[in-house]
Structure formats: C-alpha cells, structure tokens
Design a protein around this ligand. Structure first.
Ligand SMILES: Cc1cc2nc3c(=O)[nH]c(=O)nc-3n(C[C@H](O)[C@H](O)[C@H](O)COP(=O)(O)OP(=O)(O)OC[C@H]3O[C@@H](n4cnc5c(N)ncnc54)[C@H](O)[C@@H]3O)c2cc1C
Length: 481
C-alpha cells in the first residue's frame, strides 16, 4: 500500500538485516539525512557477501565478483571504494570426463577436447531443437536448457552441475529461473563469440575481466557501514526476534542480542532484507495459517565451504573451477589469491571449495576434520595441482545457511500468498535476495535497497518490476545502460 512520505525529519527507518540490501538502503537514507538504524544478527556485516578471515587469509563464501548493467550502480560502487578496486582477469574451467575445459564452454574448446564426433552430435542436437518447433511448453529448467543448447550439450555440460547446485532434478526447477539468470547465453552466442571475438554485442559473461575490491567483496558492506555510521547506527549481534503489528502497520520489533538482552525498537517505517520465510513466522500476532504454511514450503539450498591454505605461490591460474562430476562432492572452487594478492599472506595461497547442500544432509554434521580430510582426498583426485596437497598448512570450514532461494516448480503461488499478506502493511517493504525471495546477485540486492530507501523519500519505484525488467545481470551488452 503506497502512502505519502512523511517529512524526512519526522522519519525513523528500521532496517532488518545488514547485508548489501539493508546497508545500501541505510546509506541512501543517511545521505538524505533520514534517521535510520540497521539490525544485523551476525557479528559483522555483509551477509552472504561477507569476506571472512582466518589466520591472515581472506576469502568470500564462493568468489563474489561485482557486476552491474547499470551505470548508476557502477558509479555508486566506484565512489564508495575509490581506489580499492582492482581488475581481475577472468579464467574459468570446468572439470569433465577427467579433463579440464574452458568455462563457459567455447565451441573450439569443445571440438578439440571432445573430438569431432561428440562435437557433431552437439551441433546436430542443437539444430534439431532449433529447426523442429517444440510441441510442449517450456516449464522446467531441463526444457529450457535443452531448448537453448540442445539435449547433448545439456546432458554433457549443464545437467550434472545444475543438479549439484540445486540438489533436485532439473525437471523440478522452474524454467523461469533460467530465463532470468542465463538469458542471452546460447550455443549460438557462444559459437559467434568464438568465431568472431570482440563483436559489439558480446555478453559480459564472456568478457575476460571484472572489478573486485582488493581485500574481498566484503569491503562493499564494510564501507557502507562506515557511511551509515556518519549519522546513524548499525547494531551487530542483534537479531530481529519478533515483528509486532496492528493488522495495518508494523508497530515495533523485538530485538534479541547475543548477550541475551531483549528490547523493543519502534520506527515510522520498516525495511526487511531478512529471509521472508522467517519474517512471516515471527509476526506477532501470528500471520494467517495458510501464509505460514506457504512460507514453510519455500526452501533454500545451503552452502558449506572448506578452505585449504597452502605454503605456496598460487597453484592455479583460475578464477573459478566448476566440478559437475557427481563422484566429486564439491561443486566449485576458487583461489582467492588469483582474485587479489592481498587475499593471502605473501608466499601463501588458499583454495575455497563449495559444497552445495542442505543443512539436513549428513555432510553438515560431520566434524570439520573429516570434511577437510574428504576435501583433500577429492582435491587430489581431480588432479588440478598435483603435489599441492603436500603444502597444506591450515584449513577452515564455514557453514552458510540459506545460500540459494530455491525456484522450485510451484513456488510462485506460495510467494504470491506471502507477498499479498505483506502488502497489507503500509509501512513495511521487502528488499534483497531473501527479503523478496528472488535468486539475484549482490548488485540486484543493493539496487532493491537503494530503491526502497528512495521510495521512502518520495520516489515511486515498483521493486518487483525494477528487478524483473533488469533481466540477468551477468549479460551486459555494452550498448545498454
Ligand atoms: C556461493 C555464492 C556465490 C555468489 N557469488 C556472487 C557473485 O559472484 N556476484 C554477485 O553479485 N552475487 C553473488 N552471490 C549473491 C550474493 O551473495 C547475494 O545476492 C547478496 O549477498 C544478497 O544480499 P542481501 O542483503 O539481499 O542478503 P544477505 O547477504 O543474506 O543479507 C541478509 C542479512 O540479514 C541478516 N539477518 C537474517 N535474519 C536476521 C534477523 N532475524 N535479524 C537480523 N538480521 C538478520 C543476515 O545475517 C544477513 O547479514 C553469491 C551467493 C552465493 C551463495
């Protein structure tokens, strides 16, 4: 429900969650001289885009590159990080049939690596898809990928990795997810880019470098926090435990601190980037039973990270290495030192292994030592850097819950129910990846926070529409904004 904004000096905005979305909103409000306060449950800001540190080594929860299609956002980041941004050369590989291929798979690389027979099969199955009109609608992720790449390419390169990420068959993931995430990327664009490089419509996912803060992606959130604290505050270790309301407005939230203190904080307006599935369940009085049931049906994929530290110069040249092989448990790895030398002490390096999993998987309850042992064994098996296992000097394991909102078939109707309930509250706005339950990137999350804050100051953005219109941000055509 849209109401007229109050005078800025009468406003107090309470922001739930100190990830990129919440902090970007806080920065805009601070610049507008609006009073605001951010509550973050963790002992540091950044959420999933936080850079962790361990004995002098820095690492993201899976390498995070910042990329945006919007000049406004690009400039926002440039101003925020001034001279902290460096250019990172992008070089990714995929481990497949005991060999490494370029990623995204280029046509020539596939031909030389797979041989002419398999390459011909790829081309034939692609042409079959393109020349023969589909008889059934594109509903599932499998339908979408087959229609874009052909069945052979889907089965060889995409199926195993995607199923590793989601933990469910591609036939149970909504095609809408792929259309939003991988739009513009097709076998044709890949072939065209291989044969005619630097074409002016080249998708950015194929452009060989990106910007990155020298001390990790978490610097974006740390800098936003500093900006907010020029006038306002960010409270760490402070969980939003309950949200009070009168059916039309939010009237206050209960904050619980790590030390066990509990208090009520009130505001004129509330912005939430905490998982909407949790928000619904902490309403006081409770949300209707069907809305709570819908929130419980929305699922997330969780992420476990194992980091191995080496007494060595960098041991790969890659930014990311994808491992679709179902025999290997981790799905992706990266070497932070290749992103920025400042991520490791001099003469040392590390590898970050990502296990896409559910919190309920046996993996999550394994002791860290066992996870490290399994990771070392499988690292040796994939022969990425033979002998490097002898130089391991340290390790660390991080468990990150709710890493990916799952776009399962049918989830849209649950979301509609939830968002219709939220619309009843005139002073509550949802933003961010988990607040809106949209599988988006850091820049999208920040943009939703920025727009939410601008709306409180009189703008009229429809956040859902803004994010939908933006298509998939990995694909930036230079001609566009
Ligand atoms: C493995 C991986 C790799 C990724 N790589 C990239 C990449 O390369 N580029 C990119 O742009 N994006 C990437 N992303 C996406 C990016 O991490 C997210 O889009 C972004 O962090 C979302 O920001 P957010 O503020 O919406 O949510 P979050 O980062 O999740 O922030 C939400 C915050 O709310 C806090 N919170 C939750 N509940 C409560 C509560 N009850 N009370 C108080 N606080 C609470 C959380 O602790 C968290 O800090 C990646 C994500 C993953 C998982």
């Amino acid at each position: 429900m849209m109401t007229e904004p109050a005078a800025k000096d009468k406003m107090k905005v309470l922001i739930m969650g100190g990830g990129p979305a919440g902090l970007a909103a806080g920065k805009i409000l601070t610049d507008e001289k609006v009073s605001c306060i951010v509550f973050e449950q963790d002992n540091g800001v950044g959420g999933l885009s936080r850079t962790h540190s361990h004995n002098g080594f820095l690492f993201d929860l899976g390498g995070h590159r910042f990329f945006t299609k919007k000049n406004e956002l690009d400039e926002f980041i440039q101003r925020l990080l001034v001279d902290e941004l460096i250019d990172v050369r992008r070089l990714s590989k995929i481990y497949f049939m005991n060999r490494y291929f370029n990623y995204p798979p280029t046509f020539m690389n596939a031909v030389t690596g797979l041989g002419p027979w398999v390459s011909a099969e790829i081309l034939a199955s692609f042409l079959k898809e393109k020349l023969r009109p589909r008889k059934t609608p594109v509903v599932t992720l499998e339908d979408w990928m087959v229609s874009q790449f052909g069945r052979k390419m889907y089965e060889l390169f995409f199926k195993n990795y995607t199923e590793k990420v989601w933990g469910i068959p591609c036939t149970e993931v909504s095609a809408a997810w792929a259309a939003q995430r991988i739009k513009g990327m097709s076998l044709l664009s890949t072939i065209r880019e291989t044969l005619f490089p630097s074409g002016k419509d080249r998708p950015v996912s194929l452009i060989p470098s990106f910007k990155y803060p020298a001390h990790g992606i978490g610097r974006i959130s740390e800098r936003l926090k500093q900006e907010i604290e020029k006038r306002n505050s960010v409270r760490l270790n402070s969980r939003v435990a309950s949200v009070r309301h009168n059916g039309k407005e939010i009237t206050g939230v209960v904050i619980k601190t790590r030390e066990g203190k509990e208090y009520v904080e009130t505001a004129t307006d509330y912005l939430s980037s905490i998982p909407v599935t949790e928000l619904i369940q902490i309403f006081d009085p409770p949300a209707p039973a069907e809305v709570i049931a819908a929130a419980r049906r929305l699922r997330y994929r969780d992420l476990l990270i194992c980091v191995l530290m080496f007494d060595s110069e960098p041991i790969t040249k890659d930014t990311w290495v994808y491992i679709p092989d179902p025999q290997i448990e981790f799905g992706r790895l990266h070497e932070p030192t290749n992103w920025s030398p400042a991520m490791s002490p001099p003469g040392k390096t590390s590898l970050v292994f990502e296990y896409f999993s559910f919190e309920s998987d046996p993996l999550w309850s394994l002791p860290d030592e066992k996870i490290v042992e399994n990771t070392v064994k499988q690292f040796t098996r994939i022969k990425l850097a033979p002998g490097a296992e002898e130089k391991i000097i340290d390790h660390c394991v991080v468990r990150a819950k709710k890493a990916y909102p799952m776009h399962e078939i049918g989830h849209e109707s649950m979301l509609v129910l939830i968002k219709n309930f939220i619309k009843k509250f005139s002073n509550l706005t949802l933003m961010g990846r988990y607040g809106m339950f949209i599988y988006n990137n850091l820049d999208h999350s920040m943009e939703s926070g920025i727009r939410a804050a601008q709306n409180l100051c009189g703008a009229r953005y429809d956040l859902e529409e803004v994010l939908k219109r933006d298509e998939y941000l990995e694909i930036k055509y230079p001609k566009n904004d």
